[in-house]
Design a protein around this ligand. Sequence first.
Ligand SMILES: Nc1ncnc2c1ncn2[C@@H]1O[C@H](COP(=O)(O)OP(=O)(O)OP(=O)(O)O)[C@@H](O)[C@H]1O
Length: 273
Amino acid sequence: MLYVKELTRRFGTNTAVDRVSFEIDRPMMVGVIGRSGAGKSTLLRMVNRMTEATSGQVLFDGEDVLALRGKARRAWQARCAMIFQQFNLVPRLDVVSNVLHGTLNRRSTLATVFNLYSASDIHRAIDILDRLGIAEQAAKRAEALSGGQQQRVAIARALMQDPRIILADEPIASLDPMNAQVVMATLRRIHEEDGRTVIANLHTLDTARRYCDRVIGMRDGRMVFDGAPELLTTQVAREIYGANADFSEAATSTEIETLERADDSYALSMMGP
Ligand SMILES: Nc1ncnc2c1ncn2[C@@H]1O[C@H](COP(=O)(O)OP(=O)(O)OP(=O)(O)O)[C@@H](O)[C@H]1O
């Protein structure tokens, strides 16, 4: 399926991604973790061809992804849809129209200019929204929705492209814990029910452990871990995050429980001894 070999991106003298190699041989949910600046976004953007690689290879079903040009490159970007931390919706546009934007790659210029959508596309968009539990929001402006709902609209837009892979760049970083869980559960469901591969950049270890079949750890552009979530011990996490012995997993956690605990200890410390 997806084969990434020695993928590298340099920005001037800074090597953002340094000879990263991995293979995904069946549909799975992969979490990419690492501290800010580790190269997670650059890695995903190179796979999607939003950022050009300096060197290395990306093969999908044997096809040389980095060599694709023009229409073939756009077709790849549809097969390998991307969602972002800030949702990247058109805020003033209604939800269905935002979802229909997922068909841009395969519509004629005329249809795009005049905003023409086929009835079957409109029905499909509404079906997808229904599946994600937000069909009743279809007529609202995207900006009127909560962050979690907006991210589900972005997922619906990605699904309009019927992608084989969904690349999610920090999909829950702007969300509260409750919405974060809804969005992660949605991505997991899409993987399990449709057999699509999901590769998600995640800030938090517990999210990677809870939702992913496999975790890739990055540090300073290099891949320093690739394995099952069970193998992600605190010691390994320390190495990935470059932290010392007082490293606490709670600091990377989105769990409500952990946040509450952190609040409690904060409240206690404010109360004094
Ligand atoms: N367009 C760019 N121009 C110059 N340097 C860049 C560019 N994009 C990324 N970098 C650099 O590449 C390195 C990796 O950045 P990247 O955004 O991929 O990391 P990240 O792990 O996704 O971090 P974050 O979680 O903060 O997004 C950083 O040092 C960053 O400053």
